[in-house]
Design a binder for this molecule. Structure first.
Ligand code: ATP
Ligand code: MG
Length: 398
C-alpha cells in the first residue's frame, strides 16, 4: 500500500486566527527538510500535515530529518483508508502480512465524533479480527506491535511506527534574531533554543584576524553548517576583531578588557541587526559561568546594546548545555581547540563587578562609531542554503 507520514503539531493548534500562518510555515519547512528523500507531496490534513511517500522513501532517513523540524510534536509512518471499519480491517490485515509479531495492541482515536463506533468499539472489533487472522494475542502493556488507528472525517490512517518530533514552533514564525556565535559550546545551543521558538537566526562571529590567524572562522562556519539543518538557510557574518581589540587593549587596564570587548561585540552585532531588520541579539551567557557573566557584568555589557538582548541559556548548568550540544551534534566541533579572539589578552583577574562609570571613563578614549564602522567594513558574509545538502545524521530531540 502507499505510505504516508502523518505529522502532528501541538502549539500551532493553539494559535487561533494566526494558525494558518504557523501551519503554512510548518508545511514549507517540512518540504525543505525532506528534500531528496522521496516525499512526493506535503498537504494539510485534519489537524495534521500529511506527506505522501514514493516507494523509495526510507522511514529511517525521514525520521532523522523530521526529528529536526521545530513545530513537530510527533509523526508516524501511516497507511490511508476509507473511514470504515471494513476498509481498515482489510488494509491492516494486508499490511500485517509483512510483519512478524506475537502480541499487539490497538490504540484507536476517533476524531470524527460522527463515526458510529467509539474508540473502544474500534479497538475491540479490529483486535478480534487481527487475533483471528494472525493468532497473535493482545497485550496492552508490552506488545510487540503497536497499531495506531486515527479515524478522521472522511478518511482514516493506521500506523505501526511513530517517532517524537522536537516540539516548539516552526522556524520563520518568530522573527529574526542575531546570534553572537563564538566557537564555544554555549552559543550554538542558544541559537538552537531561539530556532525552537520559531526564530530565523543570523550568525555573527568575531575572530582575531589580523592579530592572530583567525582560524575560529572555520569552526564558526562548521557550526553554522550543522545548525543550518534546523533552519535551511543561514547567514554568517565574520567580523575581524583583532584590530579593534588592539585599540581596546591600549586604552584599558587588563581587568576591564573583557567587558569592553563584549560591549563592542554587542554594538557591532546591533548594527548587523539594524541592517538585517532583526528584532533582538542572542548570546550564550549562563549566569555565573565565567567572570563576565555575573549579574553586575551582564548589566554593564547590556547597556552597550541598543536593542533587546536575549540569553536563552541564562539559567542552565554547563552539563545541561553540553547534553544538548551532544544531541544537536555541535559538541564535537565546539571542543576543537582554536584561537578564540577573546582568549587573547584575557587577564588573570577580570573584574567580577564592573562599574558602568569606570567603563564609560575608559571608553571615552575610544572612537566607538569608528570601531563599529571598522568591524562592519571588514565583515565577510557567508551564505548557507542547502536543503539538498542536509546530512542524514543522528536524530536529536531538544
Ligand atoms: P560560548 O561557549 O558560547 O563561547 P562561553 O561560556 O565561553 O560561551 P564567553 O566566552 O564569555 O562565554 O562568551 C559569552 C557569549 O558572548 C557567547 O556565548 C557568545 O554569545 C558571545 N561571544 C563570545 N565570544 C564571541 C565571539 N568571538 N564571536 C561572537 N560571539 C562571541
Ligand atoms: Mg567562549
Amino acid at each position: 500500500m502507499k505510505r504516508f507520514v502523518v505529522v502532528r503539531y501541538h502549539e500551532i493548534g493553539l494559535k487561533g486566527k494566526n494558525a494558518p500562518f504557523f501551519f503554512n510555515q510548518l508545511l514549507a519547512n517540512l518540504r525543505k527538510a525532506c528534500y531528496g528523500l522521496g516525499v512526493e507531496g506535503v498537504r494539510r490534513g485534519h489537524a495534521m500535515a500529511v506527506l505522501s511517500l514514493s516507494p523509495e522513501a526510507e522511514w529511517e532517513q525521514l525520521k532523522e530529518r523530521l526529528g529536526k523540524v521545530f513545530g513537530v510534536a510527533r509523526f508516524s509512518l501511516a497507511f490511508h483508508t476509507e473511514a470504515t471499519l471494513e476498509a481498515l480491517e482489510v488494509a491492516i490485515l494486508e499490511e500485517l502480512k509483512r510483519l512478524t509479531f506475537s502480541s499487539f495492541r490497538i490504540t484507536a482515536k476517533r476524531e470524527d465524533k460522527a463515526f458510529l463506533l467509539t474508540s473502544q468499539d474500534i479497538n475491540r472489533e479490529l483486535g478480534a479480527s487481527i487475533q483471528r487472522a494472525t493468532g497473535a494475542r493482545v497485550d496492552l502493556h508490552h506488545a510487540d506491535l503497536d497499531i495506531a488507528v486515527d479515524i478522521l472525517p472522511r478518511e482514516a490512517y493506521f500506523s505501526f511506527q511513530w517517532a517524537p518530533g522536537p516540539g516548539g514552533l516552526p522556524v520563520g514564525t518568530g522573527g529574526k534574531v542575531i546570534c553572537l556565535l563564538s566557537g564555544g559550546i554555549d552559543s550554538p545551543i542558544a541559537a538552537l533554543r531561539m530556532m525552537k521558538r520559531g526564530c530565523q537566526v543570523v550568525f555573527v562571529h568575531f575572530h582575531g584576524f589580523p592579530l592572530v590567524e583567525g582560524t575560529s572562522r572555520h569552526k564558526a562556519a562548521e557550526l553554522v553548517e550543522i545548525l543550518n539543518q534546523y533552519q535551511y538557510s543561514s547567514q554568517l557574518h565574520l567580523i575581524p576583531f583583532g584590530d579593534i581589540q588592539k585599540q581596546i587593549i591600549v586604552a584599558t587596564p587588563p581587568p576591564y578588557r573583557v567587558l569592553l570587548y563584549r560591549r563592542m561585540m554587542l554594538r557591532i552585532a546591533g548594527e548587523v541587526a539594524r541592517r538585517e531588520n532583526a528584532g533582538a541579539l542572542v548570546t550564550g551567557d549562563s549566569l555565573g559561568q565565567v567572570a563576565s557573566q555575573t549579574l553586575e557584568n551582564l548589566a554593564v555589557i547590556d547597556k552597550a546594546a541598543s536593542m533587546l538582548v536575549l540569553r536563552p541559556l541564562i539559567g542552565m548548568n554547563k552539563q545541561e548545555i553540553i547534553d544538548q550540544a551532544l544531541l544537536a551534534g555541535t559538541y564535537e566541533t565546539s571542543i576543537i581547540p582554536d584561537e578564540d579572539c577573546c582568549q587573547l589578552f584575557v587577564p588573570k583577574h577580570p573584574v567580577t563587578r564592573g562599574s558602568l562609570e569606570e567603563v564609560h571613563s575608559l571608553e571615552v578614549n575610544l572612537d566607538i562609531p569608528a570601531l563599529v564602522a571598522q568591524g562592519m567594513v571588514g565583515a565577510e558574509v557567508k551564505e548557507f542554503s542547502v536543503p539538498e545538502g542536509l546530512a542524514v545524521g543522528p536524530s536529536p530531540i531538544i
